[in-house]
Each structure stands twice: as structure tokens, then as C-alpha cells.
Design a binder for this molecule. Structure first.
Ligand SMILES: Cc1ncc(COP(=O)(O)O)c(C=O)c1O
Length: 380
């Protein structure tokens, strides 16, 4: 049997990882500013995270959700504590798409409505309704085509108001990332997030905050939406939640009547996943990683803005993007080939930086020095 090709591959085989570094078969070290696509939150193989999983393996790895598992309550309490959403309920599942799928279902169950508002350049996952709410026609199979999803321009308050005038009463939910990731690191303005909240309240629709890439402390806030001072009805989370262990969740506002049987899962909330997720939260709290993400991100941001070539630096905390002119379109490849630094991308010309929240000043300086070398001789 051959493997199905998931993505276009870099010709590198990574066999070991530690902190912000990964290593190939020959032992070559790479600095990871991609974080396995924003997944690595507390560093590759953080010792506490490893120990949490190992300890749990020595007890029980899996049982079905038909029994009481105290470690799930422990995770819900810890997540309430670190996010500040103490009165929400937590539904545990396995991936970002699954979290969004279940958030849509809850919104539809709760409101009895079918319509979803999503935004241009959004990415919400590859499954049924999640992909329909993803603004990329290439990913949408005929079976996923639906008239229930309306795409509006991101950060366009007038367009949102116009839509709500006619279709607000039919709308189950508005879903938005606080910072669009795949869409090229576009930050939602506080005014836009506040308006979504207001219009949803007026029409009894729900606000879904997709925190899958921009959440879990990456922006310097637990959810990047928090900086606008609004609470969503549903938050979805995955990626950084497990630091590489597949675990995801939906945080459900107490006003939403979510009852037994509405949602279900075999693997969601298994003890190993809960142990990994608890390990992440404990490290984030002990090492003050959320303020660190803010400070380290500010430093990186300010330094990037002084470099020639690099355009439109944007983002928050350790979720930063910048654009490359045609003359430097190979810069990402050069960073990888010549300086052994992984970064992310967004088409057509955006570099995305999504390092572990434990990234140090020295590691940031290593990236900056490589960027300086690659752009030197060019006028700002
Ligand atoms: C904002 C956002 N939502 C949802 C998803 C889907 O998550 P998953 O790949 O875990 O299904 C992603 C993945 O990149 C994402 O960035």
C-alpha cells in the first residue's frame, strides 16, 4: 500500500525534536518557526508534557465516554481557569474541523436555524460544514456545496450590517477567526468583533470564535478574540491545545442548552489526550507563556519592521505574517536551505511565523540575523 499524499512535501525527514528545534536523519538541526503549523505551543517534547503522557500511559490510555473520567473534569477546570471562561462547558473531540463541525451543530440545534456567516479568506477545516464555511472552492466537493453559508468580506462592518438587515433572523451563527491564519495573518479589528457580537445578540444568532490557530495563548491573549473585549457563545480550539497530541474542544456558553445526545465521539476526551492537554496548560501557567508570547512577539514584530524587503508586517504575539516582493519570492526556501529555519506560508507571497510559545530571544535573533543576511544590500 502506498501513502496518500496529504500535502506537497519538503524533501526532509525529521526524526527528533526538542524545544524550538527539530532534527533530520543526519542530525542536522532546524529552527522551527512553523511549529508544525501552529501546533507546538510549549515546545517539542517538553519534559513535563512527556511525563504527563507517560504517567497516564501507566494507568489507562483509553475508555469510552460511557464512564466517568475524572481527568476530563480536571482538564475542563484547568481550561476554564487559564481561559477565564470558567462558566462554559467543554466538549472534547479530536481535531479542529471536528470542533467547528460540532459548534455549527450546536448553533443550529440552539437556534433552530440553518444559515451560517463566514468570511472571505477564512479557513475552518476540511469536513462537511467546516469546509463549506472555508473560503476556498478548490477544497469544496460537490457534496459540500450548500446555500446555507454566506461569505462576507472580512472586517467590513457595513457589509455585515447589510446582511443582518435581511437575513439576521435566519442565521444560526457567525464564525470568525480572531486572526485569519491560512488567509495570510489578517487580524480582525476590535470594532468588527464587537459588531458581530452586537448583531448576533440582536438577532439571537450565535457567535463562534474559531481559536484553532490563533488561540491557546499564541496572540498574547488566551483567545485572540479576547483583545476585543467580547465573549463568543462558542469557542473552538485544537492545534496548540495538545502540543502535537490530537485533542480539540468546543467551549459552550452557559446560555446554550446543550443536552446529552446532541454531540458524541468515540475518541474525544480520552485520558491520554486529556493528560497531554493538561500538560500543556500546566507548562503555560508555570512558565508564563502567554505574557511571554506577547513580549517575544512584540520584539520580533518591531525588528521585522526595520528590515528591508519585508512588507506589511502584521499579526499579534507569536502569530506574525509579512509579505515578500517578487524579487525575494524564494526567501522561505533560502531560510530553509541555507539557514535551516522552517517557516510557514500563505499564498501567494506571505510568510507566516508560528513558533512555539517558549521561543527565546536568542532563537528570534537567529531568525532575524538570517533575514538580515538574505535581504542585505536592499534599500528599505
Ligand atoms: C483556523 C482554523 N480552523 C480550523 C482548522 C482545521 O483544523 P484541523 O486540521 O485540526 O481539522 C485549521 C487548520 O489549519 C485552522 O487554521
Amino acid at each position: 500500500m502506498k501513502l496518500f499524499p496529504v500535502y506537497a512535501l519538503n524533501a526532509i525527514t525529521i526524526t527528533k525534536a526538542e524545544g524550538a528545534r527539530v532534527y533530520d536523519e543526519q542530525g542536522t538541526s532546524y529552527l522551527d518557526f512553523y511549529g508544525g503549523h501552529a501546533v507546538i505551543s510549549v515546545g517539542h517534547r517538553h519534559p513535563h508534557w512527556v511525563k504527563r503522557i507517560e504517567d497516564q500511559l501507566g494507568k489507562i490510555a483509553f475508555y469510552s465516554n460511557s464512564i466517568h473520567m475524572p481527568i476530563q473534569d480536571e482538564l475542563a477546570n484547568a481550561l476554564g481557569r487559564i481561559s477565564g471562561k470558567t462558566d462554559y462547558q467543554l466538549f472534547l473531540c479530536n481535531s479542529g474541523a471536528e470542533a467547528n463541525e460540532n459548534a455549527f451543530k450546536l448553533a443550529s440545534f440552539h437556534t433552530g436555524r440553518k444559515k451560517i456567516v463566514a468570511f472571505k479568506k477564512s479557513f475552518h477545516g476540511r469536513t462537511s460544514l467546516a469546509v463549506s464555511a472555508t473560503d476556498n472552492p478548490a477544497l469544496i466537493a460537490p457534496v459540500n456545496e450548500t446555500s446555507n453559508v454566506t461569505f462576507l468580506p472580512f472586517n467590513d462592518e457595513a457589509a455585515l450590517q447589510e446582511y443582518f438587515k435581511t437575513d439576521g433572523h435566519l442565521t444560526a451563527a457567525v464564525i470568525t477567526e480572531g486572526i485569519q491564519g491560512v488567509g495570510g495573518i489578517q487580524v480582525a479589528t476590535p470594532g468588527f468583533l464587537k459588531l458581530i457580537r452586537k448583531l448576533c445578540d440582536q438577532s439571537n444568532a450565535l457567535m463562534i470564535a474559531d481559536g484553532i490557530q490563533c488561540g491557546y495563548g499564541r496572540s498574547g491573549h488566551f483567545f485572540s478574540h479576547d483583545y476585543a473585549g467580547v465573549n463568543a457563545d462558542l469557542y473552538t480550539t485544537a492545534k496548540g491545545m495538545g502540543n502535537g497530541f490530537p485533542v480539540a474542544g468546543v467551549l459552550i456558553h452557559p446560555n446554550i442548552k446543550a443536552t446529552v445526545g446532541m454531540l458524541g465521539t468515540t475518541f474525544g476526551g480520552n485520558p491520554l489526550a486529556c493528560a497531554a492537554a493538561l500538560g500543556v496548560i500546566e507548562v503555560m501557567e508555570k512558565e508564563n507563556l502567554i505574557p511571554h508570547a506577547r513580549d517575544a512577539g512584540n520584539y520580533l514584530f518591531e525588528q521585522l519592521r526595520t528590515l528591508p524587503v519585508i512588507q506589511n508586517v502584521r499579526g499579534m504575539g507569536l502569530m506574525i505574517g509579512f509579505d515578500l516582493p517578487e524579487s525575494h519570492k524564494n526567501l522561505r526556501k533560502q531560510l530553509l536551505d541555507e539557514f535551516k529555519i522552517f517557516t510557514g506560508e500563505a499564498k501567494p507571497n506571505t510568510v507566516r511565523l508560528l513558533p512555539t510559545l517558549t521561543i527565546t530571544r536568542a532563537e528570534i535573533d537567529e531568525l532575524l540575523s538570517a533575514l538580515r543576511t538574505l535581504t542585505q544590500g536592499t534599500q528599505r
